[in-house]
Design a protein around this ligand. Sequence first.
Ligand SMILES: Nc1ncnc2c1ncn2[C@@H]1O[C@H](COP(=O)(O)OP(=O)(O)OP(=O)(O)O)[C@@H](O)[C@H]1O
Length: 485
Amino acid sequence: MPAFAVEAAGVDVRFGRTVALADVGIRVREGETHALVGRNGAGKSTLVSVLTGMRVPDAGEVRFFGAPAPPVADRAAWRARVSCVYQRSTVVPDLSVAENLFLNRQGAVVRWSRLRRRAAELLEQYDVAVSPAARVADLTVEQRQLVEIARALSTGARLIVLDEPTAQLDGPAIERLFERMRSLRAGGVAFLFISHHLQEVYEVCQTVTVYRDARHVVTAPVADLPEPRLIEAMTGDPGGLAVPGASGRGAVGEEVLAVRELSGDAFADVSLTVRAGEVVGLAGSASSGKHQLAETVYGLRRASAGTVTVRGVPVKDVPSALRAGVGCVPRDRHHQGLVLNLSVAENARLSVLDRVVRRAALHRAGQAAITSYDIKADGPGQPVSDLSGGNQQKVVLARALAADPAVLVLINPTAGVDVKSKESLLGVVDARARAGTAAVVVSDELDDLRACDRVLVLFHGRVVREFGRGWSDQELIAAVEGMGR
Ligand SMILES: Nc1ncnc2c1ncn2[C@@H]1O[C@H](COP(=O)(O)OP(=O)(O)OP(=O)(O)O)[C@@H](O)[C@H]1O
């Protein structure tokens, strides 16, 4: 029987009144990819911080290959055992790949030529096709993850935690990551894999552990826990899911958003209109230009040609977009979406703070957001920085909708959100559409796109296909990958 790359038992973590983990454990064998799943706020990231030595638990112990974990202060010893590739990069963007590979290493090489040479050897050994001289800021998300994995393996770590690694990758990049995980696994590397995409758990993991409300619920081979039972373990509710689709929404109204012959960063000559009550999806690979197009529509980027208007009012920048009645869920919630040290209530009402004057009203609005968007928080006064990632995303959506916008531009609105919360967030978008809001949804998630009346597919910056309702997954994916044009 293979050894346990990591074993944790009896782990408790509290943050003030919040119990983040209550007497939980996990055991990951060498050569195993082990999924950790649970709803937003279940305690997954908190466990990762304990397993990587970033947090000392209030109780419990962690062992690597049977030996007790090193003292927390001995960072090098932790790095030699376990490494986590987070959704947000831990590499330093302004340094080169070579410098990042040898950052924080004791006895690290100092001479430039040697550093580059050793980095090149290491990248070759782990089959990472990236130049050691490249600036990390210029890498794609996929390349950056591969550099982080190579860095982890080269320090001797045999356990790699992947925290929602596929969230920013397109389909082919996800497949390449899974292939690499399979080959490393064959060499004995263990993975702890955290994802809200349950199909990925079945595709790449052998074992799954479910946490719910800070507690361990079940650990089983994935083959013994089909998806309905897995969802039941996560939610504690045998009800299953009902992700809303576009069917059943009524006729659309007058034209609200008009994009005419728009060109900008990474896209050209795009025209589209969205009517009141209509939800239009934008799909495409990471290089399709869909994000840049959406960011130009809500005024974050300047167009090089063409116009964006909302009910005839031009949008040129963020202030004019807000005046015209555009609400957005931006791509990067940390930089554009939230003010982390403000409360849930303040963030949820950020776009309309000038309208809300009384504290009691703010509190009520925050409480309403917590209920409507299924946000797990102690209360409206809790700082957003204390919330789990998925719950922060729900606050961003609440904020986008607070001003009752005429047009919503939602970029990856359900990123990092658990399956059950996704259902309720898409339900909110559906309800807004029924009430006459026009929406543009940019997403890689087929469930998000299914909630759209039409989906436009971009390829290399141009709209190449348009689907009405009722498309099949295969035809949409083929169009996204540039096939069948
Ligand atoms: N620094 C903190 N201060 C207070 N509470 C915190 C802090 N960090 C986490 N929590 C709370 O601990 C609980 C577990 O959070 P955690 O981030 O581990 O959840 P998660 O399962 O990773 O969720 P998600 O799927 O949304 O990423 C949540 O209730 C969260 O609000």
